[in-house]
Design a protein around this ligand. Sequence first.
Ligand SMILES: [Zn+2]
Length: 216
Amino acid sequence: MGAGGLGCPAALYLAASGVGRLTLADPDKVDLTNLQRQILYRTDSVGAAKVEAARSALSALNSDVQIFPIQKKLGEKEIQSLLPEVDIVLDCSDNFATRHAINRACVKLKKPLVSGAAIRFDAQVAVFDLRKADAPCYACLYPEDGEIEEVQCSTMGVFAPLTGVVGALQAMEAVKLLTGAGTTLSGKLLLLDAKQSEWRTVRVKRDPDCAVCAAR
Ligand SMILES: [Zn+2]
C-alpha cells in the first residue's frame, strides 16, 4: 500500500527476493520532487502513474514476479476485497486515515501487517502478526480517536536515505514472515533516530480497550 518513499525500496527488495506476486496500490503520479526518495523512478518517469512506472522497473529487475498495479486511493472495503489473495500487507502509506483503513482490513482478515513510517529524521517500523489471537493491532498502538498530529513527507520533508532504511526493513520483515525465518518484530516497535543514529525497541501489547480489536 503506497508506492512512495517506503514502497519503492520495499518493492525493489521484495521483487529482487523473488516473491511470487506483488500488488501495488497508489493513486499518484511521479513528481520531480519525489525522486529524492522514490528510488524506483527516474527523471523520465515524471508524470507517469507511480504504479505503472513501478511495474516496469520491477519487471526489468525480475520478470518472474507478477505485478498487479492499482492506480487508486483504496478505502477499507476495497482493501478488504484484495486481502484474501495476499499473504502479507506492507503499509507504506503516508496518512493516518489510510493506515487505519489498512489495519481494520488486516484485523478482519487476519493478515500480517508490516507498518513503516518516516518523517524528517525519525522513523518507525512495526509488525502486527494478526494471524495470532493475542497480537496487538496498529490501533492498539495508535488509537483511531487519538490526538496525533498528522505530518506528511509531502509537506514536512524526510531524510531520503532514511526512507530507504525503513522500506528495506519492511521488506526484511515481510520475507521473514513469508519464510518463517528468525523472529519478527511482532509485538515490538522499532524507533530510529537518524540524526543521532540511535535505535530503540519498545514492546507493544494488545490494548484490551482497543475498538478495532473488539471486533476480533
Ligand atoms: Zn487493536
